[in-house]
Design a protein around this ligand. Sequence first.
Ligand SMILES: [Zn+2]
Length: 240
Amino acid sequence: MQCRALDEQKLRCQNDAAASDYCPAHRAAMEQRIGKAANLPAPRWRVLWNKFAASSNGVPDGGKYDVPKWLSGLPTPQVIEHLQTHPDSMARWMAAFVLRKRRAADAFEALWRARQQDPIRFVRQQAAVALGKLNTPAVYAPLVEGLHHDRDPGVREACAIALGNLGNPAAVDELVHALTREENVFVRWDCIVALGQLGDARVEPLLTQLQTQESAQVVRDACRDARAEIQRRRAVSSNV
Ligand SMILES: [Zn+2]
């Protein structure tokens, strides 16, 4: 199996991970990170997230599409097969949609490959949305990779939205980094909304600055709303 970590360019590590999730080089770093996390008291956001995760089936998904029976009735391994090999891009898109609605964790590898490699942007976008609905922290890496590298703004948007919904605080640095070079107004918008959702007070000065500099009114408004959201979350967490 291929390593599930990203390299310094934020592309998937090419090393073989044998039977585990990470290659030897990344395994040490991941274990150190997990060990460190285990020795620290859980931050307040984590306590809140665990409460949320325990009381729900993960990130809500209001997406609706009438998938034809020949596909929606198939067992998951066959849906994965269609995502990977069906010649019709609409069938691959629908396969990604079915896997998204099933929150099919065993489709993780196939969805990551589709997010990276499908030639049709709508399929890559649906794969990114589907990754965001799987209840596993492993989806963080393919979403960060897509945020930085996908050539289509719609896919980068889907990755930014999913990173905001997932609530992993490490995404803050990635979204801030994306804003330094992202030119598409809608992707900028979604990065800023995601920063609001992540609620990290360190980005308030950046949002204040962008609120005066952004050329698009919608993005300036998003900066204002994200700052309000960060302040609201701070007020909620100080009352827990
Ligand atoms: Zn690796």
